[in-house]
Design a protein around this ligand. Structure first.
Ligand code: G1P
Length: 292
């Protein structure tokens, strides 16, 4: 039974999605489908499975469609009801009343730390999750649920981390952590997008964070960091200094759906679990999956 104690999740979804142009000229990248479900819906379902009751989307002014996906669509619902398409009706309504969906606008793309800071008022004085919609994690126990256990045990902020090839560390926030168990470490320091030779380890932060409201105090003091943006990682460094930050090596397979390769691999992975595809399609996908 997931803990009901973390009630809010922040999902920054303000990026331009330039890596997926022309597909994202009109459609926000977070709504591109992994099989038949927008990537961001997998994230919202994970948040809800961990007991979240309110999802706060941080979007740029032109990305209202992202939250529309989670709101009622009366005309379409009426049409499906009249035609007796109950499965389809269920597929578009089951999330709408399961949580509250709020929107915060990030006027300018000033970085992930800034996006999280924009949600300060909506979060208030309580612990909350941050989910990055580019990172899908597939496991029978959702990553956010896995994070609740060390949070309950240690009472500190929790980052999801995984080892990445050393030649990729420059794409991530990277932690230096003192091991507590095989899968949990206490974070001593962290750095955003380090050069390989400056990285303290190859343990990269993947887009799941369980954070205290104190993070906002650190974020508001930050000046631009790596690549001229306000980095969440620099705010997390403040929590680490106070000794309240832990890194959990989660179980599950992670897909970076913010790039084309990861997006296609995620489609293959989730298609294999899809009941409505034909045997012919499944056989083809299995062949592709096996050759990965
Ligand atoms: C962001 C974070 C980085 C983290 C990564 C995980 O980077 O800034 O610390 O490791 O997400 O996907 P981005 O991918 O937005 O450049």
């Amino acid at each position: 039974m997931p803990s009901p104690k973390i009630k809010k999740a922040v999902i920054p979804a303000a990026g331009l999605g330039t890596r997926f142009l022309p597909a994202t000229k009109v459609v926000p990248k977070e709504l591109l489908p992994i099989v038949d479900k927008p990537g961001i819906q997998y994230i919202v379902e994970e948040a809800l499975s961990a007991g979240v009751e309110e999802v706060i989307f941080v979007i740029s002014p032109d990305k209202g469609q992202v939250v529309d996906h989670f709101r009622p669509a009366p005309e379409l619902e009426k049409c499906l009801r009249e035609r007796g398409k109950n499965d389809l009706l269920q597929s578009i309504t089951f999330l709408t009343d399961k949580a509250k969906y709020s929107v915060v606008t990030q006027e300018k793309p000033l970085g992930l730390g800034h996006a999280v800071l924009c949600a300060r008022q909506a979060v208030g004085d309580e612990w909350f999750f941050v989910f990055l919609p580019d990172d899908l994690i597939d496991h029978e126990v959702p990553c956010a649920v896995q994070m609740l256990k060390p949070w309950e045990a240690h009472g500190g902020a929790i980052l999801a981390v995984m080892p990445v090839p050393w030649e990729e560390v420059h794409q991530y926030g990277v932690v230096k952590a003192a091991p507590l168990t095989a899968s949990l470490g206490k974070v001593e320091s962290l750095v955003e997008k380090p050069k390989r030779e400056q990285a303290p380890s190859n343990l990269a932060v993947i887009g799941r964070y369980l954070l205290p409201p104190d993070i906002f105090g650190f974020l508001e003091k930050i000046k631009s960091g790596a690549i001229g943006e306000i980095q969440l990682t620099d705010g997390l460094a403040g929590l680490a200094k106070k000794g309240g930050l832990y890194a959990l090596q989660f179980e599950g397979e992670r897909f970076d759906i913010g790039n084309k390769g990861g997006f296609l691999e995620a489609n293959i992975n989730y298609a294999l679990k899809h009941e409505t595809l034909s045997q012919k399609t499944l056989d083809l996908i299995k062949m592709l999956a096996e050759s990965r």
